[in-house]
Design a protein around this ligand. Sequence first.
Ligand code: TRP
Ligand code: SF4
Length: 329
Amino acid sequence: MKQRKRRMLSGMQPSGRMHLGNLLGALDNWIKYQQEYDAYFFVADWHALSTNYADTSRIREYIHEMLLDWLSAGVDPEKCTLFIQSRVPEHAVLHLLLSMITPVPWLERNPTYKEKMEELRERDLTTYGFLGYPVLQSADILIYKAEVVPVGVDQLPHLELTRELARRFNNLYTAVFPEPQPLLTEVPKLLGTDGKKMSKSYNNAIYLSDSEKDVREKLRTMVTDPARVRRTDRGNPDICPVFSYHKIFSEIGVIDRVNTECRTAAIGCIDCKKLVADRMVGRLEPIWETRAEWVKHPKKVEAVVAEGSEMAGKVARTTLAEAKEAMKI
Ligand code: TRP
Ligand code: SF4
Protein backbone atom coordinates (compact mmCIF):
# COMPACT_ATOMS: atom_id res chain seq x y z
CA MET A 1 0.00 0.00 0.00
CA LYS A 2 1.24 3.45 -0.81
CA GLN A 3 2.04 5.42 2.30
CA ARG A 4 0.50 8.82 2.73
CA LYS A 5 3.05 11.53 2.12
CA ARG A 6 3.89 13.61 5.16
CA ARG A 7 2.87 17.23 4.95
CA MET A 8 5.54 19.88 4.66
CA LEU A 9 5.09 23.62 4.77
CA SER A 10 7.41 26.57 4.48
CA GLY A 11 7.18 30.23 3.60
CA MET A 12 9.33 33.22 2.80
CA GLN A 13 8.74 36.91 3.13
CA PRO A 14 8.65 38.75 -0.18
CA SER A 15 11.65 41.01 0.17
CA GLY A 16 12.73 41.35 -3.43
CA ARG A 17 14.91 39.33 -5.76
CA MET A 18 16.49 36.16 -4.45
CA HIS A 19 20.23 35.62 -4.49
CA LEU A 20 22.49 32.58 -4.61
CA GLY A 21 22.59 32.42 -0.82
CA ASN A 22 18.80 32.01 -0.75
CA LEU A 23 19.03 29.35 -3.44
CA LEU A 24 21.54 27.23 -1.55
CA GLY A 25 20.08 28.02 1.85
CA ALA A 26 16.42 27.33 1.28
CA LEU A 27 15.14 26.88 -2.25
CA ASP A 28 17.36 23.92 -3.10
CA ASN A 29 15.86 22.11 -0.14
CA TRP A 30 12.32 22.86 -1.13
CA ILE A 31 13.09 21.51 -4.56
CA LYS A 32 14.69 18.41 -3.09
CA TYR A 33 11.70 17.68 -0.84
CA GLN A 34 8.76 18.73 -3.02
CA GLN A 35 8.36 15.21 -4.42
CA GLU A 36 8.81 13.23 -1.24
CA TYR A 37 6.40 15.33 0.83
CA ASP A 38 2.93 16.74 0.41
CA ALA A 39 4.54 20.14 0.19
CA TYR A 40 3.02 23.63 0.61
CA PHE A 41 5.17 26.68 -0.07
CA PHE A 42 3.87 30.18 0.30
CA VAL A 43 4.70 33.86 0.06
CA ALA A 44 4.36 35.33 3.55
CA ASP A 45 3.15 38.79 2.53
CA TRP A 46 1.41 39.53 5.84
CA HIS A 47 4.64 38.76 7.63
CA ALA A 48 6.40 41.28 5.41
CA LEU A 49 4.01 43.92 6.76
CA SER A 50 5.22 43.33 10.30
CA THR A 51 8.47 45.17 9.58
CA ASN A 52 7.57 47.02 6.37
CA TYR A 53 4.14 48.38 7.16
CA ALA A 54 5.25 51.97 6.58
CA ASP A 55 6.23 51.41 2.95
CA THR A 56 4.18 48.85 1.07
CA SER A 57 4.72 50.40 -2.34
CA ARG A 58 6.76 47.54 -3.79
CA ILE A 59 5.21 44.56 -2.09
CA ARG A 60 3.25 43.29 -5.11
CA GLU A 61 6.29 43.58 -7.30
CA TYR A 62 8.31 41.64 -4.71
CA ILE A 63 5.70 38.90 -4.52
CA HIS A 64 5.81 38.45 -8.27
CA GLU A 65 9.63 38.54 -8.37
CA MET A 66 9.85 35.92 -5.69
CA LEU A 67 7.37 33.61 -7.37
CA LEU A 68 9.37 33.94 -10.58
CA ASP A 69 12.55 33.06 -8.71
CA TRP A 70 10.94 30.00 -7.12
CA LEU A 71 9.52 28.74 -10.39
CA SER A 72 12.76 29.40 -12.28
CA ALA A 73 14.83 27.58 -9.70
CA GLY A 74 12.68 24.49 -10.06
CA VAL A 75 9.92 24.72 -7.50
CA ASP A 76 7.37 22.78 -9.51
CA PRO A 77 3.65 23.56 -9.23
CA GLU A 78 2.93 20.03 -10.52
CA LYS A 79 4.63 18.62 -7.44
CA CYS A 80 3.73 21.05 -4.67
CA THR A 81 1.16 23.67 -3.73
CA LEU A 82 2.29 27.27 -4.20
CA PHE A 83 0.24 30.06 -2.73
CA ILE A 84 0.13 33.53 -1.25
CA GLN A 85 -0.67 33.86 2.45
CA SER A 86 -3.08 36.78 2.13
CA ARG A 87 -5.19 34.82 -0.35
CA VAL A 88 -6.02 32.30 2.36
CA PRO A 89 -7.71 34.47 4.98
CA GLU A 90 -8.19 31.42 7.26
CA HIS A 91 -4.61 32.01 8.42
CA ALA A 92 -5.79 35.28 9.94
CA VAL A 93 -8.77 33.70 11.65
CA LEU A 94 -6.64 30.98 13.22
CA HIS A 95 -4.13 33.65 14.18
CA LEU A 96 -6.86 35.44 16.08
CA LEU A 97 -8.02 32.28 17.82
CA LEU A 98 -4.46 31.36 18.79
CA SER A 99 -3.80 34.88 20.02
CA MET A 100 -6.47 34.31 22.68
CA ILE A 101 -4.41 31.50 24.23
CA THR A 102 -0.96 33.02 23.76
CA PRO A 103 0.60 34.46 26.92
CA VAL A 104 2.35 37.70 26.03
CA PRO A 105 5.53 36.71 27.96
CA TRP A 106 5.98 33.78 25.54
CA LEU A 107 6.30 36.35 22.78
CA GLU A 108 8.40 38.83 24.69
CA ARG A 109 11.00 36.22 25.60
CA ASN A 110 11.44 35.14 21.96
CA PRO A 111 15.09 35.93 21.15
CA THR A 112 14.39 36.87 17.53
CA TYR A 113 11.91 39.49 18.73
CA LYS A 114 14.55 41.45 20.61
CA GLU A 115 17.25 40.86 18.00
CA LYS A 116 15.16 42.11 15.09
CA MET A 117 13.98 45.08 17.10
CA GLU A 118 17.62 45.96 17.77
CA GLU A 119 18.68 45.31 14.17
CA LEU A 120 15.95 47.51 12.69
CA ARG A 121 16.22 50.26 15.27
CA GLU A 122 15.32 52.95 12.76
CA ARG A 123 11.81 51.48 12.44
CA ASP A 124 9.11 51.58 15.07
CA LEU A 125 8.54 47.92 15.82
CA THR A 126 6.60 48.38 19.04
CA THR A 127 3.50 47.23 17.16
CA TYR A 128 1.03 44.56 18.10
CA GLY A 129 1.57 42.84 14.74
CA PHE A 130 5.31 42.59 15.16
CA LEU A 131 5.03 41.09 18.64
CA GLY A 132 2.53 38.61 17.27
CA TYR A 133 4.67 37.63 14.29
CA PRO A 134 5.34 34.11 15.63
CA VAL A 135 1.65 33.58 16.40
CA LEU A 136 0.86 34.28 12.77
CA GLN A 137 3.64 31.90 11.78
CA SER A 138 2.15 29.26 14.09
CA ALA A 139 -1.21 29.74 12.42
CA ASP A 140 0.44 29.34 8.99
CA ILE A 141 1.85 26.00 10.06
CA LEU A 142 -0.99 24.62 12.16
CA ILE A 143 -3.75 25.46 9.70
CA TYR A 144 -2.25 22.83 7.37
CA LYS A 145 -1.42 20.43 10.22
CA ALA A 146 2.07 20.49 8.79
CA GLU A 147 4.34 17.84 10.26
CA VAL A 148 7.63 19.06 8.86
CA VAL A 149 8.85 22.62 8.42
CA PRO A 150 12.16 23.18 6.60
CA VAL A 151 13.74 26.30 8.08
CA GLY A 152 17.05 27.83 9.07
CA VAL A 153 18.27 27.88 12.69
CA ASP A 154 17.06 31.44 13.13
CA GLN A 155 13.49 30.14 12.91
CA LEU A 156 13.79 27.52 15.67
CA PRO A 157 12.30 29.71 18.43
CA HIS A 158 9.24 30.25 16.24
CA LEU A 159 8.86 26.51 15.70
CA GLU A 160 9.17 25.95 19.42
CA LEU A 161 6.38 28.45 20.06
CA THR A 162 4.27 26.72 17.41
CA ARG A 163 4.63 23.43 19.25
CA GLU A 164 3.82 25.07 22.59
CA LEU A 165 0.70 26.65 21.14
CA ALA A 166 -0.38 23.36 19.57
CA ARG A 167 0.01 21.63 22.93
CA ARG A 168 -1.83 24.37 24.78
CA PHE A 169 -4.71 24.28 22.32
CA ASN A 170 -4.90 20.48 22.38
CA ASN A 171 -4.93 20.48 26.19
CA LEU A 172 -7.47 23.25 26.60
CA TYR A 173 -9.94 21.92 24.00
CA THR A 174 -9.48 18.77 21.95
CA ALA A 175 -6.45 17.43 20.16
CA VAL A 176 -6.61 19.09 16.74
CA PHE A 177 -3.01 19.97 15.92
CA PRO A 178 0.03 17.74 15.44
CA GLU A 179 3.29 19.21 16.71
CA PRO A 180 5.40 20.21 13.71
CA GLN A 181 9.08 19.29 13.54
CA PRO A 182 11.69 21.58 12.04
CA LEU A 183 13.83 20.16 9.26
CA LEU A 184 17.15 21.88 9.71
CA THR A 185 19.33 22.22 6.72
CA GLU A 186 23.10 22.23 6.70
CA VAL A 187 23.82 25.36 4.74
CA PRO A 188 27.23 26.58 3.78
CA LYS A 189 27.00 30.31 4.50
CA LEU A 190 27.55 31.89 1.13
CA LEU A 191 29.89 34.84 1.02
CA GLY A 192 29.16 37.92 -1.03
CA THR A 193 31.49 39.36 -3.66
CA ASP A 194 33.12 41.51 -0.96
CA GLY A 195 33.89 38.54 1.29
CA LYS A 196 31.18 39.38 3.84
CA LYS A 197 28.01 37.29 4.21
CA MET A 198 25.91 37.51 1.04
CA SER A 199 23.04 39.87 1.68
CA LYS A 200 20.86 42.21 -0.26
CA SER A 201 21.59 45.01 2.16
CA TYR A 202 25.38 44.76 1.68
CA ASN A 203 25.10 45.16 -2.07
CA ASN A 204 27.35 42.12 -2.55
CA ALA A 205 24.86 39.57 -3.84
CA ILE A 206 24.61 37.55 -7.02
CA TYR A 207 20.94 37.30 -7.97
CA LEU A 208 19.18 34.43 -9.70
CA SER A 209 17.82 37.01 -12.11
CA ASP A 210 21.21 38.57 -12.91
CA SER A 211 22.29 38.21 -16.53
CA GLU A 212 25.33 36.17 -17.51
CA LYS A 213 27.13 39.44 -18.13
CA ASP A 214 26.28 40.68 -14.61
CA VAL A 215 27.47 37.46 -13.02
CA ARG A 216 30.78 37.45 -14.89
CA GLU A 217 31.35 41.11 -14.09
CA LYS A 218 30.60 40.59 -10.40
CA LEU A 219 33.12 37.74 -10.29
CA ARG A 220 35.70 39.65 -12.27
CA THR A 221 35.71 42.46 -9.72
CA MET A 222 35.30 40.21 -6.69
CA VAL A 223 37.57 40.46 -3.66
CA THR A 224 40.44 37.91 -3.51
CA ASP A 225 43.25 37.24 -1.05
CA PRO A 226 44.17 40.89 -0.38
CA ALA A 227 47.85 39.99 0.07
CA ARG A 228 48.02 38.75 -3.50
CA VAL A 229 48.57 41.99 -5.39
CA ARG A 230 50.75 40.98 -8.34
CA ARG A 231 50.35 37.98 -10.59
CA THR A 232 53.64 36.62 -9.23
CA ASP A 233 52.53 36.84 -5.56
CA ARG A 234 51.57 33.56 -3.96
CA GLY A 235 48.02 33.42 -2.66
CA ASN A 236 46.17 31.75 0.18
CA PRO A 237 42.92 30.16 -1.02
CA ASP A 238 41.83 29.50 2.57
CA ILE A 239 41.10 33.19 3.07
CA CYS A 240 39.93 33.92 -0.49
CA PRO A 241 36.17 34.24 -1.06
CA VAL A 242 36.63 33.18 -4.70
CA PHE A 243 37.95 29.85 -3.47
CA SER A 244 34.87 29.47 -1.24
CA TYR A 245 32.81 29.65 -4.45
CA HIS A 246 35.01 27.02 -6.07
CA LYS A 247 34.28 24.71 -3.15
CA ILE A 248 30.57 25.07 -3.82
CA PHE A 249 30.36 25.28 -7.59
CA SER A 250 33.44 23.54 -9.04
CA GLU A 251 34.22 19.86 -9.50
CA ILE A 252 36.87 18.32 -7.26
CA GLY A 253 39.59 18.41 -9.92
CA VAL A 254 39.29 22.17 -10.33
CA ILE A 255 39.13 22.73 -6.57
CA ASP A 256 42.34 20.73 -6.06
CA ARG A 257 44.07 22.49 -8.92
CA VAL A 258 43.20 25.98 -7.65
CA ASN A 259 44.13 24.97 -4.12
CA THR A 260 47.68 24.03 -5.18
CA GLU A 261 48.31 26.44 -8.03
CA CYS A 262 47.16 29.52 -6.11
CA ARG A 263 49.72 28.80 -3.38
CA THR A 264 52.58 28.64 -5.90
CA ALA A 265 51.29 31.47 -8.11
CA ALA A 266 50.95 28.94 -10.94
CA ILE A 267 47.43 30.23 -11.59
CA GLY A 268 46.46 33.90 -11.61
CA CYS A 269 43.31 35.36 -10.10
CA ILE A 270 41.87 36.29 -13.48
CA ASP A 271 41.99 32.69 -14.72
CA CYS A 272 40.90 31.33 -11.37
CA LYS A 273 37.83 33.58 -11.41
CA LYS A 274 37.09 32.64 -14.99
CA LEU A 275 36.99 28.98 -13.97
CA VAL A 276 34.49 29.60 -11.19
CA ALA A 277 32.43 32.00 -13.34
CA ASP A 278 31.99 29.23 -15.93
CA ARG A 279 30.75 26.83 -13.25
CA MET A 280 28.42 29.34 -11.68
CA VAL A 281 26.99 30.29 -15.05
CA GLY A 282 26.52 26.58 -15.75
CA ARG A 283 24.52 26.25 -12.54
CA LEU A 284 22.42 29.31 -13.33
CA GLU A 285 21.77 28.63 -17.02
CA PRO A 286 18.85 26.22 -16.54
CA ILE A 287 17.34 28.71 -14.08
CA TRP A 288 17.63 31.52 -16.64
CA GLU A 289 16.05 29.34 -19.31
CA THR A 290 13.09 28.44 -17.12
CA ARG A 291 12.75 32.05 -16.06
CA ALA A 292 12.61 33.25 -19.67
CA GLU A 293 9.62 30.94 -20.24
CA TRP A 294 7.70 32.16 -17.19
CA VAL A 295 8.47 35.81 -17.94
CA LYS A 296 6.80 35.37 -21.31
CA HIS A 297 3.62 34.17 -19.60
CA PRO A 298 2.87 36.27 -16.51
CA LYS A 299 -0.73 35.03 -16.58
CA LYS A 300 0.54 31.51 -15.99
CA VAL A 301 2.29 32.60 -12.82
CA GLU A 302 -0.98 34.11 -11.66
CA ALA A 303 -2.81 30.90 -12.58
CA VAL A 304 -0.36 28.83 -10.54
CA VAL A 305 -0.89 30.84 -7.36
CA ALA A 306 -4.61 31.19 -7.96
CA GLU A 307 -4.95 27.42 -8.13
CA GLY A 308 -2.50 26.88 -5.27
CA SER A 309 -4.30 29.35 -3.02
CA GLU A 310 -7.58 27.61 -3.85
CA MET A 311 -6.15 24.20 -2.89
CA ALA A 312 -4.56 25.59 0.26
CA GLY A 313 -7.84 27.27 1.16
CA LYS A 314 -9.67 23.94 1.11
CA VAL A 315 -7.28 22.39 3.61
CA ALA A 316 -7.26 25.54 5.72
CA ARG A 317 -11.06 25.69 5.88
CA THR A 318 -11.26 22.08 7.07
CA THR A 319 -8.76 22.65 9.87
CA LEU A 320 -10.34 25.94 10.87
CA ALA A 321 -13.74 24.24 11.15
CA GLU A 322 -12.19 21.64 13.46
CA ALA A 323 -10.50 24.29 15.57
CA LYS A 324 -13.71 26.29 15.91
CA GLU A 325 -15.63 23.16 16.80
CA ALA A 326 -13.04 22.30 19.44
CA MET A 327 -13.45 25.81 20.90
CA LYS A 328 -17.24 25.70 20.60
CA ILE A 329 -17.18 28.85 18.53
N1 TRP B 1 9.38 33.67 9.41
C1 TRP B 1 9.82 33.03 8.20
C2 TRP B 1 11.07 33.76 7.69
O1 TRP B 1 11.24 34.93 7.92
C3 TRP B 1 8.77 33.07 7.11
C4 TRP B 1 7.56 32.28 7.50
C5 TRP B 1 6.33 32.77 7.76
C6 TRP B 1 7.50 30.88 7.65
N2 TRP B 1 5.46 31.78 8.06
C7 TRP B 1 6.14 30.59 8.01
C8 TRP B 1 8.42 29.84 7.53
C9 TRP B 1 5.74 29.28 8.27
C10 TRP B 1 8.00 28.53 7.79
C11 TRP B 1 6.66 28.28 8.15
O2 TRP B 1 11.88 33.13 7.03
FE1 SF4 C 1 41.71 33.61 -4.77
FE2 SF4 C 1 41.90 32.16 -6.97
FE3 SF4 C 1 43.34 34.39 -6.69
FE4 SF4 C 1 43.93 32.26 -5.26
S1 SF4 C 1 44.05 32.44 -7.47
S2 SF4 C 1 43.78 34.38 -4.50
S3 SF4 C 1 41.92 31.38 -4.89
S4 SF4 C 1 41.13 34.26 -6.82
